[in-house]
Design a protein around this ligand. Structure first.
Ligand SMILES: Nc1nc2c(c(=O)[nH]1)N[C@H]1C(S)=C(S)[C@@H](COP(=O)(O)OP(=O)(O)OC[C@H]3O[C@@H](n4cnc5c(=O)[nH]c(N)nc54)[C@H](O)[C@@H]3O)O[C@H]1N2
Ligand SMILES: Nc1nc2c(c(=O)[nH]1)N[C@H]1C(S)=C(S)[C@@H](COP(=O)(O)OP(=O)(O)OC[C@H]3O[C@@H](n4cnc5c(=O)[nH]c(N)nc54)[C@H](O)[C@@H]3O)O[C@H]1N2
Ligand code: SF4
Ligand SMILES: [Mo]
Length: 898
């Protein structure tokens, strides 16, 4: 073997959340890389959360799509591209260009996004380009535009360091924006910043807050309307700011008074105690430096835009915007949610923050030299997929998103795809649900993944950073922008799509942002439109706006904050108060569907798990899809901790392990969005969700679907650990997780132990087992079976099953499997089903792999603080994502001891 010398370290950006942390990647020369935080990146100053730290574990080629395919058959790129171009041409000829749709993603790089948008909206001539950002940020975008006349995030991360009060609305930042949350926690330690969390669920973020308001789902508008009234009537308004820089307060206030005339009315609507509401209002009124950060509890709502504006109203009335430590702050989810908005990737935008006035359409047409510029909005995601169902859309190109898991009513969507004449999926992996969907003709295009691709992303604070290549492309994977440009050229637009490099795409994008701008549009990065290839290659993170006139090349500085001058992007340069609608609560809840189903994220997984699912560290925190239910509801509905529940809605059903917890309020369920078909038998969130769209933004409600829950009585529960993946039979319930040394799958079935043993050994193929040593323990009379398979001294597989109430211990089995050559005592333990040494319990600290039991032990041994626990067992000493959980354990252990 050739030993490679140390490879140079590459500065890049984390591909997960919108915090946009800087990463240092040092390739190991064998397809992997060592990962560290970039201490010079202004988002994270060297820190990374559990997901960022584990990026090195996600680089394997195990599930990658490596070659183009047409209808399941491998073909050369040439053939695939011709199929796409010919297919699009044929559909446009037969049904018009408006029967073609693109569904893009906030995880594409800006360069990919720009080329897709240009191809569709200027050259194919279809307005039907939407993106998963519709499910993510579109209500925030709409709220910004209604209030500011532009989609502008006014503040920056430094405002979180400098605030005295941070209000988190519908945000589980401790898990979803961990590095930003650490900055907030630092501010709290340094300057006593108060943190208020508003969420129906008592999340880890709530646990770490000074005040938690566990409001009724969907009632945020009442809370913030009441706050507006309180601020206006209590003498807390900034009269000068309101008079000089805003319009519409009277109308907004009148409506707010109708919704929430007093604290009693707010209490009735939100279910909060008047004292808690009063405490929050006093805190807000009495603190000048307030940042209100909001995320999906606001956006993913049938009233998301109004929720956003009800928050912004409170900042406008107090003039708390544009100044250090103040402002409404939409936390973006995806790494390039912002970049997508910049290029105009949403169906209600044209390009570069321009919309559809005749001047804007003409300007973009001239800049692009576009033969078929669109003149109006296209269909938004929910309507777009409905149009596929109705047969109005005949060709769909999906890029960088997994809608068969993440779109509401995903079962109906999967069905609808079969009616498409052309279904194109650009994917990095082969086994996503979307890549396995089928149209009449299906083309799969292999995309370069993180570490292989090159371009830019923009984070929540408008900061553009580079994602850089540090690995060779595997197989025939290509950049997405190249595939798009190739199709553009094949459709006859050679000149418009002649981009030689990502840098060239970026320059054109920057040029369009500055084109005839003159300060009329917030998004202007004209200062980068001439950036040479060499400078693009080494460019540092910069914030926009960054117009050309901001300085000489190389010295231009972006702006950290906007609106400090009180001038907005409306025609009269005044911000707008918005009169909002009263909240509509728990619509559709009935005897048949008595719960409100809330959905969201866990700490260590990213979306549909196509990447984090490959990391054993990240799969240790939560290994199976679960549903959280309040103890009272669990008792009423016969649900027990660790049992399996069938959660169903009028749109679909899932089977999940039950977690009984009072962190969710009675009458609600919470289920994570992560487990697609590659990782679990029946846990796709999208199948269940109703997705009623917000009337302004079109963003679907993903957090409040009426649902039912009932126990499923399986006969047997078991687990199978193996070095490779084994597919279990149809009809069994299962969930797969990466573990040290291979894969583990937990399962449930109606079969007894004898049938399980036969079936699983059959699946592992008898010939594969030949020559291996099987050690078995069977007590079929009691439905118990355990079997360890050895290759010489090496444990290669382990199967255990038992009746549901005695199910084998996953953590203990995993711990034994991690030792490839078990000692005699461990061998006995595998068969007895009892651990030889205590297992660590479920992982709490993913970075150091520290389990619950070790942390509990260190607390019992006297560690009384987070720091002491860290000193005793290392937990919480790297990224800090688990500190909220450790803190909670400290509280409960101390309570137990007392
Ligand atoms: N670990 C991890 N981090 C991520 C991601 C991931 O997949 N995994 N994804 C990234 C992306 S794309 C996004 S968009 C962000 C999302 O980040 P967040 O928005 O913080 O995450 P969610 O869990 O979707 O939802 C946030 C909270 O909204 C609450 N909620 C539900 N209904 C209501 C309501 O009516 N009012 C209020 N106030 N709250 C409500 C939920 O209980 C939930 O705790 O996370 C990003 N970061
Ligand atoms: N019920 C419910 N549903 C939700 C949400 C929720 O909270 N609840 N949240 C919504 C939100 S906020 C979001 S952002 C979405 C996220 O949902 P999705 O966007 O569907 O989730 P991902 O798993 O991130 O999908 C990204 C896909 O792109 C692939 N990929 C990775 N890199 C590349 C690349 O460079 N090029 C290409 N072409 N492909 C690549 C990945 O393998 C993966 O399959 O889910 C939404 N759906
Ligand atoms: S907070 Fe974590 S997931 Fe988000 S960008 Fe930073 S390292 Fe990546
Ligand atoms: Mo998102």
């Amino acid at each position: 073997m050739i030993v490679h010398g140390p490879e140079p370290t590459v500065r890049t950006t984390c591909p997960y959340c919108g915090v946009g942390c800087g990463v240092l990647a040092t390739p190991d020369g064998q397809g992997g890389a060592a990962i560290a935080g970039d201490s010079e990146h202004p988002a994270n100053f060297g820190r990374l959360c559990s997901k960022g730290s584990a990026l090195g574990e996600t680089l394997s080629l195990e599930n990658r799509l490596l070659h183009p395919q047409v209808d399941g058959v491998r073909v050369p790129w040439e053939t695939a591209l011709t199929e796409v171009a010919d297919g699009l041409h044929a559909v446009a000829e037969a049904h018009g260009p408006e029967s073609i749709a693109f569904y893009l993603s906030g995880q594409l790089l800006t360069e990919d996004y720009y080329v897709a948008n240009k191809l569709a909206k200027g050259f194919i001539g279809t307005p039907h380009v939407d993106t998963n950002s519709r499910l993510c940020m579109s209500s925030a975008v709409a709220a910004h535009r209604r209030a500011f006349g532009s989609d502008t995030v006014p503040g920056c991360y430094e405002d979180l360091d400098e605030a005295d009060l941070i209000v988190l609305v519908g945000s589980n930042a401790a898990w979803c924006h961990p590095i930003l949350f650490r900055r907030m926690a630092d501010a709290r330690a340094r300057r006593g910043t108060k943190i208020v969390t508003i969420d129906p669920r008592r999340t880890q973020t709530a646990e770490e807050s000074d005040l938690f308001l566990g409001l009724r789902p969907g009632s945020d508008v009442a809370l913030f309307s009441g706050l507006l009234v309180h601020l206006a009537d209590g003498g807390f308004a900034d009269a000068r700011f309101v008079a000089e820089h805003t319009a519409g307060l009277d109308g907004a206030l009148e409506r707010a008074r109708r919704i929430a005339p007093d604290i009693a009315a707010v209490a009735a609507a939100t279910g909060l105690a008047p004292a808690e509401i009063g405490a929050f209002y006093d805190l807000f009124a009495g603190t000048r430096r307030v940042v209100t950060a909001f995320s999906q509890g606001v956006n993913q709502s049938a009233q998301g835009t109004d929720k956003g504006n009800s928050i912004i109203n409170c900042h406008l009335v107090t003039g708390r915007i544009g100044a250090v430590g103040t402002g409404p702050f939409s936390l973006t989810g995806q790494p390039n949610a912002m970049g997508g908005r910049e290029v105009g990737g949403l169906a209600n935008m044209l390009a570069a923050h321009m919309h559809f006035t005749p001047e804007e359409v003409d300007r973009v047409r001239r800049f692009w030299g576009a033969p078929r510029i669109i003149t109006g909005e296209g269909m938004k995601a929910v309507a777009l997929f409905e149009a596929i169902q109705r047969g109005r859309i005949k060709a769909l190109w999906v890029m960088g998103t997994n809608p068969l898991v993440s779109m509401p009513r995903a079962d109906a969507i999967r069905e609808a795809l079969t009616g498409l004449d052309l279904y194109v999926v650009s994917e990095a992996v082969a086994d996503s649900d979307t890549a396995r969907g089928l149209g009449r003709k299906t083309v799969l295009l292999p995309a370069q993944a993180w570490g292989e691709k090159d371009g830019t992303v923009t984070n929540s604070e408008r900061r553009i950073s580079r994602q850089r290549r540090f690995l060779a492309s595997p197989g025939e994977a290509r950049p997405d922008w190249q595939a798009l440009a190739e199709v553009g050229r094949r459709l006859g637009h050679a000149k418009a799509f002649a981009f030689p490099s990502a840098a060239a795409v970026f320059r054109e994008h920057a040029g369009l942002s500055a084109f005839e701008n003159g300060g009329t549009r917030d998004f202007d990065i004209g200062g980068l439109m001439d950036i040479p290839d060499a400078a693009y290659a080494v460019s540092l993170p910069v914030q926009w706006p960054l117009p050309k006139k901001s300085g000489p090349p190389g010295r231009r500085q972006g702006r950290a904050r906007l609106f400090a001058d009180g001038r907005f992007y409306t025609f009269d340069r005044r911000a707008r108060f918005v009169a909002v609608q009263p909240p509509a609560l728990a619509q559709g809840v009935s005897d048949e569907h008595p719960f409100v189903l809330n959905t969201g994220r866990v700490r260590d997984h990213w979306h549909t798990m196509t990447r984090t699912g490959k990391s054993q560290r990240l799969s240790a925190h939560r290994a199976v899809p679960f549903v959280e239910v309040h103890p009272d509801d669990a008792a009423t509905h016969g649900l027990t901790e660790g049992g399996i529940a069938r959660v169903s809605t009028p749109h679909g059903a899932a089977e999940l392990e039950v977690t009984v917890t009072d962190a969710v309020p009675p009458g609600t369920l919470f289920m994570p969005m992560h487990w697609g078909g590659a990782y679990a038998s029946r846990a796709r969130v999208g199948a269940l969700v109703r997705g009623m769209p917000d009337p302004v933004s079109g963003q679907p409600e993903l957090k409040a679907t009426p649902a039912a829950a009932a126990p499923v009585a399986y006969r047997t529960r078991g687990l199978l650990l193996s070095r490779g993946q084994v597919a279990l039979p149809e009809g069994w319930w299962w969930a797969r997780a990466a573990i040290a040394g291979g894969w583990g799958v937990q399962f449930a079935t109606q079969e007894g132990s004898r049938e399980v043993a036969l079936t699983v050994r059959g699946l592992m193929r008898t010939d594969a087992l030949r020559g291996l040593e099987l050690a078995e323990y069977a007590d079929h009379a009691r439905d118990r079976y355990r079997c360890a398979v050895y290759d010489g001294q090496t444990l290669v597989a382990y199967l255990a099953c038992a009746p549901c109430d005695a199910r084998p211990d996953w953590e203990a089995a995993k711990a034994l499997f991690a030792a490839p050559e078990p000692e005699a005592a461990e061998r006995r333990a595998l068969l007895s089903g009892r651990a030889a040494t205590a297992a660590a319990g479920p992982t709490v600290c993913a970075c150091h792999g520290v389990g619950l039991d070790a942390i509990t032990a260190s607390i019992r041994d006297g560690a009384g603080t987070v720091e002491a626990v860290g000193a005793a067992c290392k937990a919480g000493t790297n990224c800090g994502s688990c500190i909220p959980e450790i803190r909670r354990m400290l509280v409960s252990e101390t309570a137990k001891a007392a």
